[in-house]
Design a protein around this ligand. Structure first.
Ligand SMILES: *[C@@H]1O[C@H](CO)[C@@H](O)[C@H](O)[C@H]1NC(C)=O
Ligand SMILES: *[C@@H]1O[C@H](CO)[C@@H](O)[C@H](O)[C@H]1NC(C)=O
Ligand SMILES: *[C@@H]1O[C@H](CO)[C@@H](O)[C@H](O)[C@H]1NC(C)=O
Ligand SMILES: *[C@@H]1O[C@H](CO)[C@@H](O)[C@H](O)[C@H]1NC(C)=O
Length: 250
């Protein structure tokens, strides 16, 4: 009798904890999606390297990163960002374009799960704005999925919030004929996006490249959509969130 009582009690507690966990993760997910959008630049770090007299090869590259919220009906129930990165403050020198598709990890329900897609025809998306119409008609054939390069985000600090990412360990790219494994970690906070990227040769040795980490400070709040009918609920919430906007402006 007593045993049954405890079994029921434990089951009840497990159900309650797992429900609470799910609530926590969806709350973290909504916050993450709100704070990720923005315009980031590591110009400060770049100028510090010059002030320190570092030779060009040892300096950080100056990266500017734009992360725009997009609406992608192709993948319902996920949230989307178009990321564009360019060198040296030159908007014509685009070095990276991807679509980030973000949801809650269904297997562990423990993490925020981000899939990274490249575009078959990247030129079409250059300088795409927030809620660009280009993403409304997106088809699976327009995208290239790099298996193994999914990114998992976890909230590490309550307030001010900090989200930290890790990567699965099967992310390979082809770099000048060599199969290179990439491992990166990132932090997203209200003030910055930081990134630590490591490259490994097939024999497991680290390839030393540009210095890490990259500290890209948030430059300004995200663009406001020009197409109000396309703004989904989460984006509206973020636009109406005075606390977050105030933190961004500081
Ligand atoms: C959910 O979040 C609250 C507030 O941060 C925390 O105290 C609690 O331990 C979390 N619960 C679970 C199951 O992670
Ligand atoms: C900007 O980048 C484009 C494309 O790489 C290049 O053609 C152009 O010369 C660059 N402009 C400056 C001012 O460096
Ligand atoms: C993320 O933040 C933690 C805590 O401040 C720090 O230990 C870690 O090195 C940071 N990672 C990156 C990529 O900046
Ligand atoms: C591992 O591979 C890299 C790149 O091909 C090479 O430069 C390095 O010497 C190799 N190291 C060992 C221990 O074999």
């Amino acid at each position: 009798m007593l045993k049954l009582f405890f079994t029921i009690l434990i089951c009840f507690q497990l159900a309650w904890t797992s429900q609470e966990r799910e609530q926590n993760i969806s709350r973290d997910f909504r916050l993450f999606v709100r704070i990720l959008a923005g315009h980031y630049d590591n110009i400060k770090q770049y100028e510090q390297d010059i002030d320190r007299g570092l030779p060009p090869k040892q300096r950080h590259i100056r990266y500017t990163t734009q992360l725009n919220r997009e609406v992608v009906p192709l993948f319902p129930r996920r949230r989307h960002f178009y990321i564009e990165q360019y060198n040296n403050g030159n908007r014509s020198d685009v070095v990276r374009q991807s679509l980030y598709s973000i949801g809650i990890d269904l297997r562990s329900r423990d993490d925020i799960h981000m899939k990274v897609y490249a575009f078959v025809d990247p030129g079409k998306f250059v300088h795409a704005k927030t809620h660009s119409r280009l993403f409304r008609d997106l088809r699976r054939e327009d995208l290239v999925y790099r298996r193994g390069c999914d990114v998992f985000w976890t909230r590490r600090s309550r307030w001010p919030p900090r989200f930290e990412s890790k990567m699965g360990d099967g992310c390979f790219i082809n770099n000048q004929g060599m199969k290179v494994r990439i491992d990166d970690t990132n932090n997203v906070t209200l003030s910055a996006l930081t990134s630590f990227e490591k490259w490994y040769a097939p024999n497991g040795t680290e390839i030393l490249g540009v210095p890490s980490p990259y500290v890209m400070l948030r430059q300004r709040e995200p663009e406001v959509s020009a197409n109000p009918e396309l703004v989904d609920k989460a984006a509206q919430e973020s636009a109406n969130h005075p606390l977050l906007y105030k933190s961004w402006l500081n």
